[in-house]
Design a protein. Structure first.
Length: 343
C-alpha cells in the first residue's frame, strides 16, 4: 500500500483528510491508497478510514457505556480489514459502495481503523456474481494473498496495532475470511503476523468442509464469528452449522480455547445487514436456479451489529465505548477525500 498519502508520518506524499462531526460523533474521512500485491504485480486499492484521536462522546442526553476515552494522536489503534462480496467494492457509478462508509463509521466510533480492500478493480472486474466458480479468474486464494499483503503493510506502520487486526468480510469476502483463517493451510500459518480475529457475514461454507489426503480438514487460526441468514438460498446456513460442528469436534481435543461462534438469524436472507428491500436477484452463477433472494432484515441487522462488536471487544481486550443503539446512530463516514474530489 504505497503509504497512506503521508498519514501522520505513515508514508510519503500529501495526506488529505478531514473530520466530520454530526450528532456528537467524530467520523473520519481518509484517502484511498494502494497495497502492493503479494507478488508485486498489482496495486490493490484500499479505502482507508482512520480512527479518530478525539474523545468519543455519546449523543446529547445519553451516556456512553464505557468511560470517555481519549486516544493520543500517535497511539497505535486496532485495524479492521474489510472484504467485499462478489459484487465488488464499488457501486454502479464506480464509487465506493455506501455500505462500506457505514461500517467504517461504526468501527471509527470505537477508535478502530477501517480499511476496505478492492480486490476486483486491479484485476479488471467489477463483479463476478454472474460467473460460475469454474469460469472465474478471481479466486479466494487471490484475495487471501491480498489480505496478507495488507497485514504485512499494516505491520510496518506505528499508527496501526498489528497485534489487533480483525478480518471482516461479506459473502465472497466472507469466504475469503474463512480461507485466510484456515490453520490447515500452511500458507495461512507462514506469516509471522496474522489477524487476531475473523468475522464473516453469510459466507459460503461448503468449500471449507472439503477434506482430502492433502487437506486433513478446516481448523481455526484465530477466533471466528460467522453470521448467517436462516433463509439464505445463496450461501445456505446449514453448511456453516456443519463446518462449526466439524471444527469443534476436530480441534476440541487439542485446543480447549477454540472459539467458533455461529449466529443464525431467523427469517433472514443473504445481505440481511443491508438497507435494501428483499428482492430476487437474477443471473447468479452459483445457485441451481440462477437466482438468489437477498435483502435487509432490520432485526437481524441490529442483532448482528451487536454480536460483531461484542466479539470485537472480547478479542481486542477493550470495552466498547458506545452501546449498540448509540453506534447505529453514527452517520456514514464521508468518502475518502481524494476519492470524493473525483465524483
Amino acid at each position: 500500500m504505497g503509504g497512506l498519502n503521508g498519514m501522520n508520518g505513515l508514508g510519503g506524499g500529501l495526506f488529505v483528510a478531514f473530520g466530520l462531526w454530526l450528532g456528537g460523533f467524530s467520523v473520519a474521512a481518509q484517502a484511498q491508497d494502494l497495497v502492493p500485491s503479494a507478488d508485486g504485480k498489482l496495486q490493490i486499492p484500499a479505502y482507508w478510514f482512520k480512527a479518530s484521536s478525539a474523545t468519543v462522546v455519546a449523543p446529547a442526553g445519553e451516556s456512553a457505556v464505557g468511560a470517555p476515552a481519549t486516544v493520543a494522536p500517535d497511539a497505535p489503534r486496532p485495524v479492521a480489514i474489510g472484504l467485499h462480496g462478489c459484487g465488488g467494492a464499488l457501486d454502479a457509478k464506480g464509487r465506493l459502495n455506501p455500505i462500506w462508509q457505514r461500517y467504517a463509521a461504526y468501527f471509527n466510533a470505537e477508535n478502530i481503523h477501517f480499511m476496505m480492500l478492492d480486490s476486483f478493480t486491479p484485476r479488471g472486474a467489477k463483479s463476478i456474481c454472474a460467473i460460475p466458480n469454474k469460469r472465474r479468474n478471481i479466486h479466494v486464494n487471490d484475495r487471501t494473498a491480498d489480505v496478507f499483503a495488507a497485514v504485512q503493510w499494516i505491520a510496518q506502520h506505528p499508527g496501526m496495532d498489528a497485534s489487533r487486526i480483525l478480518l471482516v468480510g461479506w459473502s465472497h469476502g466472507a469466504q475469503t475470511v474463512l480461507a485466510a483463517n484456515d490453520a490447515s493451510n500452511p500458507v495461512v500459518l507462514a506469516p509471522k503476523i496474522r489477524p487476531k480475529a475473523a468475522a464473516a457475514f453469510y459466507p459460503g461454507c461448503f468449500n471449507s468442509l472439503q477434506t482430502s489426503a492433502q487437506n486433513p480438514g478446516y481448523s481455526l487460526a484465530a477466533p471466528l464469528l460467522v453470521m448467517a441468514g436462516e433463509k439464505d438460498d445463496w450461501t445456505p446456513a446449514h453448511r456453516c452449522v456443519e463446518l462449526r460442528d466439524a471444527v469443534l469436534k476436530r480441534q476440541a481435543a487439542t485446543d480447549q480455547k477454540v472459539r467458533f461462534d455461529l449466529q443464525i438469524y431467523p427469517d433472514s436472507y443473504h445481505g440481511f445487514d443491508s438497507l435494501t428491500p428483499v428482492r430476487t436477484l437474477q443471473n447468479i452463477g452459483n445457485t441451481p436456479s440462477g437466482t438468489a433472494t437477498a435483502g435487509e432484515n432490520p432485526a437481524a441487522r441490529a442483532a448482528a451489529h451487536g454480536h460483531l462488536f461484542e466479539f470485537v471487544a472480547a478479542q481486542f481486550g477493550e470495552p466498547l465505548l458506545l452501546s449498540h443503539e448509540q453506534r447505529l446512530k453514527v452517520p456514514p463516514a464521508a468518502l475518502p477525500a481524494n476519492v470524493a474530489a473525483k465524483n
